[in-house]
Design a protein around this ligand. Structure first.
Ligand code: NI
Ligand code: MN
Length: 232
């Protein structure tokens, strides 16, 4: 059994009987955060890209749990320099089997840099989407991305049980593009994310759900409030 909990914005906790993995743990400073970094017990932290609303508390959580941060090479190296106890660099198209399951990075159309407090911009490599294979289930976390046609290839290569897709627009896909992404990916279940955290990414998840039901009735939409879970 796999349990996925939406922790607000783009943060997702995926748990099995044995393990827990958190993706994009932006909790400190996140008005929608459903937990605190110190309350997470995880085997790994996966980060899709270096923007603050995704990298978030990754290094702090990795230190508390003495676990690796997984991400593209440049981002993993950045995390190592910032004090992560372990990192595992991957890159787009690459995958690796960890004790908790397998992680594969796939493309995302976005940017990726960390802005230091003094304004210095540190390049953190390509942004990525994440495929997470745990307990026989396939979970896709799109990271921040615009719509792209190869989402169809991702869904064909790795039939998706659960997809987390951004719907908030401005920095990522909006509702209509996320509906099209759902069509291309053809997951069993889709959960909208990356909306409502800030005024500029306000979006109505009910509108997304209604449109997905029209365009792809075979896909189940689950709207998760921060802190809510679903099981696969
Ligand atoms: Ni971003
Ligand atoms: Mn973001």
């Amino acid at each position: 059994m796999v349990k996925a909990t939406f922790l607000g914005h783009a943060c997702v906790l995926v748990e099995t009987e044995q393990h827990a993995v958190v993706i994009d743990p932006f909790l400190t400073g996140n008005p929608k955060a459903a937990t605190k970094p110190e309350d997470l017990r995880v085997s790994a932290v996966i980060v899709t890209h270096g923007h603050g609303d995704h990298l978030g508390d990754a290094v702090d959580i990795a230190r508390r749990n003495n676990c690796p941060i997984i991400g593209v090479f440049e981002l993993a190296t950045y995390c190592q320099q910032k004090g992560a106890p372990q990192v595992h660099p991957l890159h787009i198209g690459g995958s690796y089997s960890f004790p908790f399951g397998r992680v594969k990075l796939v493309p995302a159309w976005h940017g990726s840099a960390f802005i230091e407090q003094d304004g210095t911009i540190v390049y953190t490599g390509n942004p990525a989407g994440v495929l997470l294979f745990m307990d026989g289930k396939t979970i896709y976390h799109a990271g921040d991305t615009g719509l792209f046609g190869d989402m169809q290839l991702i869904g064909q290569r790795h039939p998706i049980d659960l997809a987390f897709l951004p719907i908030g627009g401005n920095f990522t896909m909006d509702i209509d593009d996320a509906v099209e992404a759902t069509k291309l990916l053809s997951p069993k279940v889709v959960v909208p994310m990356h909306y409502g955290t800030f005024p500029v990414i306000e979006a109505d998840p009910q509108e997304f759900a209604a449109k997905v039901q029209q365009v792809c009735p075979s896909v189940t939409v689950r709207i998760l409030a921060p802190g809510e879970s679903l099981t696969l």
